[in-house]
Write a protein that binds this ligand. Structure first.
Ligand SMILES: Cc1ncc(COP(=O)(O)O)c(C=O)c1O
Length: 408
């Protein structure tokens, strides 16, 4: 069945404002059921977690429901889902916790393709432990992250390999399963950054080979909250720094302070929403989420192909990378226009793209593009349309024409 784009767009109230949103990689619009669920949770009587009274039990239920929803999204166990304010915060918690057990001579492997949220926490934890950092390099021409290099990078001293499931800068989808196999053969753990990849297709913790997998709900139609999934037994082996009176249970002991209960209701609603993207899907919520994201992926890929073709047709646009497997995300520069100027000109026309390095710090530094403003990024999400791509391309043409007039 073709993807019902009109029905899909109707689920996002913000789309009526008329902007063309090509910055889903920075954060998507919020689906109506999410807004309603958050409002309902804030309207109802509320209380901190307690079994003693109904509002307190509601909060307990919301935490459990959010763990179950994320578990269905990632193919994890609810008891292995740690909830937190952001992927960055969760990765820092894990890095500090694992790093406390590292010794001088231990090694960690990070990649120059990753968002800094899956780089710096590991580099800093390694520095604190006197451990060595080894770097996986991307191919500067294609933006691919060759999995073969991990055979040399990973040694019997490697404690952790951190790698992205999808680059937020240029979309590259590395062969995480192959990288994880190499890491596991040496006894190392694997932390996978799923923040960019998870919104763009079905995800499965086990088939990725991830020991830890992090995702942020605001990249998949939900609120600004994140989750990290692992086997509950994996969490049980770890002792994070924590307050004395806070729960020592798994996964609660990795969560700091009082969670935003209403936003947890939004996380549940967001996963439920993804489960509706293929209206013909049946079965468990996990089955329907997978089907919904597969349907969305096919739609996104078609829209993205049109965008890539349009960019390639314009010789005054330089596209960075051409990865073999990718999320629908591309970075580019327009000749004669600094990335921030391009983004501002498009923004003035209601076409929303971001510019800069989007925290893919090592990628842009390695490419020598950081100091000159990085690039402009267009990412496609399931509510984007071919017409919006044409609108973006027309605005780029207008920008180029203005630039020529000014230069002439
Ligand atoms: C690939 C990737 N990893 C990590 C992050 C950080 O996520 P958070 O804002 O939840 O810390 C982002 C945010 O843009 C991202 O795109």
């Amino acid at each position: 069945m073709p993807f019902d784009i009109a029905r899909t767009r109707a689920a996002y109230p913000a789309l009526t404002e008329g902007f063309a949103h090509f910055d889903g990689a920075g954060g998507t619009q919020t689906a109506r059921p999410v807004i309603e669920a958050v409002a309902a949770a804030m309207t109802a009587a509320t209380g901190n977690r307690s079994t003693a009274f109904v509002p307190g039990r509601r909060s307990l239920d919301l935490v459990a429901a959010a763990r179950a929803a994320v578990a269905d999204l990632l193919g994890a166990e609810p008891g292995g889902v740690v909830l937190g304010p952001s992927a960055t915060a969760l990765t820092y918690t894990l890095a500090r916790t694992l790093g406390a057990g590292w010794r001088p001579g231990d090694e960690v492997v990070v990649s120059r393709l990753d968002h800094d949220a899956n780089v710096r926490p590991w580099v800093q934890a390694a520095e604190a432990a006197g451990a060595t950092v080894r770097w996986a390099e991307f191919d500067p021409a294609t933006g691919d992250l060759p999995a073969g290099q991990y055979a040399d990078l990973v040694t019997e001293r490697t404690r952790l390999v951190a790698v992205t499931a999808g680059s937020n800068a240029i979309g590259t989808v590395p062969d995480v399963a192959a990288i994880a196999k190499t890491a596991h053969a040496a006894g190392a753990l694997v932390c996978v950054d799923g923040v960019h990849a998870v919104p763009h297709g079905p995800t499965d913790l086990a088939s990725l080979g991830a020991d830890f997998l992090v995702t942020s709900a605001y990249k998949w139609s939900g609120p600004h909250l994140a989750a990290m999934a692992a086997d509950p037994a994996r969490w049980a082996a770890l002792r994070p720094a924590k307050l004395i009176p806070s729960s020592d249970a798994v996964p609660d002991r990795f969560e700091y302070g009082t969670p935003s209960f209403p936003l947890l209701a939004g996380v549940v609603a967001a996963v439920d929403h993804l489960a509706t993207l293929d209206p013909a899907a049946t079965g468990s919520r996990r089955d329907r989420v997978r089907a919904g994201l597969a349907a969305a992926q096919a739609h996104e890929e078609a829209v993205f192909e049109r965008l890539l073709a349009g960019l390639a047709d314009r010789p005054w646009i330089a596209v960075h990378g051409s990865p073999a497997r990718r999320c629908p995300t591309v970075s580019f520069r327009v000749a004669g226009s600094a990335p921030a100027e391009t983004a501002a000109a498009l923004g003035a026309a209601g076409v929303c793209l971001s510019s800069g390095d989007y925290y893919a710090y090592e990628y842009f530094r390695t490419m020598g593009l950081r100091d000159s403003g990085g690039a402009v990024r267009a990412s496609v999400y399931h509510y984007n349309t071919a017409e919006e791509v044409d609108r973006l391309l027309a605005e780029l043409d207008r920008l180029a024409a203005t630039g020529e007039r000014m230069a002439g």
